[in-house]
Design a protein. Structure first.
Length: 125
């Protein structure tokens, strides 16, 4: 049992930089509850295309989903450090989604933003 927990803790360390601070603290407190989601997120991370790789695709695959209220950020590309590219659907302009470059650090600086850790189920189903 201890070995299994160590594996999940190690995987969480690998993906922790993607998770907003408040949400990360909650996940750490309930790591066993979130174990499957942590594993899926770790498996998805190397699959995310680098910036520019999906250029020309009409609807690229969404790998990560950040949200706050009615504002959603669907991430399709990631440089592995801070720059992300994806569709932003803004609360005040829901009918006007816009593809744009996003900063992970800027997203995480919003204390109300969350990473939808269940989105990973879509990739594997």
């Amino acid at each position: 049992m201890k070995k299994k927990n160590n594996l999940v803790e190690n995987l969480l360390c690998e993906v922790a930089y993607l998770i907003p601070p408040v949400q990360l603290e909650l996940i750490k407190k309930h790591i066993n509850f979130y174990a499957a989601e942590i594993r899926r997120l770790a498996a998805i991370l190397p699959m995310i295309p680098d910036i520019g790789e999906t250029e020309g695709k009409q609807e690229p695959t969404v790998y990560l989903h950040y949200f706050t209220g009615n504002t959603h950020f669907y991430i399709c590309e990631f440089d592995g450090i801070d720059t992300m590219y994806g569709k932003a659907v803004l609360r005040y302009l829901p009918d006007l989604p816009k593809y744009r470059t996003l900063s992970l650090s800027n997203l995480k600086s919003n204390q109300f933003i969350e990473l939808d850790i269940k989105i990973s189920e879509i990739i594997f189903n």
